[in-house]
Design a protein around this ligand. Structure first.
Ligand code: ACO
Ligand code: ZN
Length: 166
């Protein structure tokens, strides 16, 4: 496979159209421009785009929530990967991995999250493989989560190393 050089940077308002285009053409879960802009305004460090030769070919959008941990005890800050996608022609080149990695780093180091989680269609094997590669585990299944009735896995992983007492 041809190697494609890509770079990551934070989403900027001028990226809104292309990010919404990528979202609309690659995923059934679509959002309003307001929704994208709110995530950019509230969690700018965890909303990233990937560029190839100056063109945006992928994005990851995240947010921070307070709630009960699935993999970590107690009420914690949880990073939520809301949406991640790469244009079909640019897949399997490590772009999705890098987007996920950098979003998780920001969620942990900048926003102080102790865990990261997401929902994924039970049939979405490419995405599930990507998440498993990064240590996410299926922690729950939500029946009929999607509008078309498909179930979702909640997948999560800790963002901290917790040493057990000896
Ligand atoms: N089949 C099996 N494993 C796959 C596949 C696939 N088609 N695609 C990725 N993987 C796994 C592999 O382990 C791969 O490593 P490898 O290439 O060394 O074998 C690993 O994921 C990393 O792949 P990347 O090249 O880094 O990922 P890519 O840039 O292709 O992006 C993504 C992956 C984002 C899931 C892409 O397939 C995509 O945009 N899909 C459509 C949108 C989508 O489903 N997004 C996730 C929805 S859930 C959510 O947003 C929270
Ligand atoms: Zn979600």
């Amino acid at each position: 496979m041809i190697n494609v050089e890509f770079t990551l940077r934070k989403f900027e308002p001028r990226d809104l159209d292309i990010v919404m285009y990528i979202n609309r053409t690659t995923l059934p879960e679509n959002y309003t421009s307001r929704f994208f802009m709110e995530h950019h305004e509230r969690f700018p460090e965890a909303f990233l785009v990937a560029e190839v030769e100056g063109n945006v070919v992928g994005y990851v959008m995240s947010r921070v929530e307070l709630g009960l941990g699935c993999t970590v005890k107690g009420i914690i800050k949880k990073g939520h990967i809301v949406s991640i996608a790469v244009l079909p022609d640019y897949r399997r080149r490590g772009i999705g991995s890098k987007l996920l990695e950098q979003a998780m780093e920001a969620l942990k180091d900048i926003y102080g999250c102790k865990e990261v989680y997401l929902e994924v269609r039970v049939s979405n094997n490419p995405a599930i493989s990507l998440y498993e590669k990064y240590g996410f585990r299926k922690v729950k299944i939500i029946r009929g989560y999607y509008l078309d009735g498909e179930d979702a896995y909640i997948m999560a992983r800790p963002l901290i190393f917790t040493a057990k007492p000896i």
